[in-house]
Design a protein around this ligand. Structure first.
Ligand SMILES: [Zn+2]
Length: 64
């Protein structure tokens, strides 16, 4: 009697979202990874308000 082991593999996207933020005052873009490294979310200019910047979606298409 063979037991059939079916493993459910969840396809979780492992892509790291590198969200970019732009400072509202000077417009300097900072990635969220850079921000997480900082002790506090703050721009180099001292401003603390950022807007989320969506990076342009780059689609890689395989040439057939
Ligand atoms: Zn700034």
């Amino acid at each position: 009697m063979a037991e059939e082991i079916t493993e459910e593999i969840e396809e979780t996207p492992t892509e790291t979202f590198d969200v970019n933020y732009a400072c509202l005052r000077c417009g300097t873009s900072v990635s969220n990874t850079e921000l997480s490294r900082l002790p506090e979310i703050k721009c180099i200019c001292g401003f603390r308000v950022f807007t989320k910047v969506r990076p342009p979606v780059v689609k890689t298409v395989k040439a057939i």
